[in-house]
Design a protein around this ligand. Structure first.
Ligand code: ATP
Ligand code: MG
Length: 377
């Protein structure tokens, strides 16, 4: 009780101390702007002046419409903030006009409760936006693999089954000393086949989607992991049972989670982690949206899944290339896991965020849920 009182007392002194909030706002290295009910600039801080490349004095004469064309999704965001009186975040917005040229920024719009209709905009080159940017590049990389995958699947699988069959025949007829060699050929043929099968998943086939219960998928993967490669790992599950189904391909989603859990299990095993632990969590995040490629519409991604481990973290030299194919720090790794994850999540219109430091690595997937349109199909 006394601790509580002292904390309150402390808060009072901090508030009563004469802090100039305008000065703080001005010094904030993040662009902040306030729009009135007609989208005129009522206030901009220094960072916003720099961001837009226009002085506060000039901006006072402008409406947002003078800077960006009316079909820009930012107007939709502003209207939604006014309608819902909630904070909305939009990723990967482009503000392009003869006056400004900003691409791939994150815009956060918030209402000002004491001033109805006024909207506070905060702009940033947030990590999510950067992650998205990178993820889009990875999709390109994954796509270049997809052509190769098709050729591999076609040209390698057939002769491979011949080699395997021949080796099997040899096993029964050769002298015992050579039998081992025949087995080696068969095992290696199996290994190549498994690799080719994984590459096959990069193909550009349309995906069949349906409502999927994300918790069943997570449970399935956890059981699989605990009965095999992650038997020594403690799992913690923090699920929000009220979440709606995701709009996804179940098998592919399993593949994604399995790859992430496998990486996590390998990470906590590699280094001496005292208590190897993987946390699987789900939740709802309002206002998370991305652009739909090739259109001006936005896709809501309200559901997130995180896979967190307490391993050594992603090696610094791997980080910039994390989702590219064939990038691996493991002697037996193929480096295909995460590029496949990026490809599948990209195909689903989702988003991946990564946050990694020694002792804490988190992969966060943002996924679309079943909307009314899909539910009625
Ligand atoms: N949870 C994690 N903790 C630390 N490093 C990670 C984690 N997840 C991925 N990495 C790093 O990213 C690299 C690429 O991962 P990816 O899953 O694509 O390939 P891989 O695991 O090496 O091989 P494969 O998945 O094909 O067996 C890994 O080699 C590892 O260095
Ligand atoms: Mg992997």
């Amino acid at each position: 009780m006394s601790a509580l009182i002292s904390r309150v007392a402390h808060a009072e002194t901090a508030r009563s101390r004469n802090v100039d909030s305008a000065a703080i706002l001005g010094a904030l290295p993040v662009p902040v702007m306030l729009l009135d009910t007609e989208n005129r600039f009522r206030y901009v801080n220094n960072a916003a002046e720099q961001f837009l490349g226009i002085s506060a004095a000039s901006l006072a004469q402008f409406r947002l419409l003078d800077l960006v064309p009316p079909d820009n999704p930012i107007f939709l965001l502003i209207e939604q903030v006014r309608d819902t009186e909630a904070t909305i975040i939009d990723h990967d917005l482009d503000l392009e006009s003869p006056r400004i040229n900003k691409r791939g920024i994150t815009v956060q719009g918030s209402p000002l409760p004491e001033d109805p209709g006024v909207v506070l905009l905060v702009m940033q080159d947030a990590s999510a936006a950067r992650a998205l940017d990178r993820q889009l590049a990875f999709r390109g990389a994954a796509r270049s693999v997809s052509g190769m995958a098709a050729i591999l699947a076609h040209e390698v699988k057939n002769p491979l089954s011949g080699i395997r069959g021949a080796a099997q025949l040899l096993e029964t007829s050769v002298a015992p000393a050579d039998k081992e060699l025949a087995e080696l050929i068969r095992d290696e043929a199996d290994r190549i086949r498994a690799l080719v099968d994984r590459m096959d998943a990069f193909g550009e086939k349309p995906i069949a989607r349906m409502p999927v219960n994300i918790h069943r998928v997570l449970e399935h993967v956890r059981k699989l992991a605990q009965s095999g490669f992650a038997a020594h790992v403690k799992f913690q599950e923090l699920y929000d049972p009220s979440l709606p189904p995701v709009w996804a391909n179940r098998d592919q989603l399993i593949q994604v989670i399995l790859n992430l859990v496998k990486n996590a299990a390998e990470a906590v095993t590699q280094e001496i982690t005292h208590r190897p632990e993987i946390v699987l969590a789900t939740g709802f995040q309002h206002g998370m949206r991305v652009a739909v490629p090739g259109s001006t519409s936005r896709l809501d991604l309200p559901l997130f899944v995180t896979i967190r481990d307490n391993g050594a973290g992603i090696p610094e030299d791997i980080k910039p290339h994390l989702f590219e194919p064939f990038v691996t720090s493991k002697s037996t790794g193929s480096g295909l896991g995460l590029s496949l994850v990026a490809k599948i999540i990209g195909d689903h219109g989702g988003l991946i965020e990564v946050d990694s430091r020694p002792g804490r690595t988190e992969f966060r997937l943002h996924l679309p849920v079943v909307t009314e349109k899909e539910g009625n199909q």
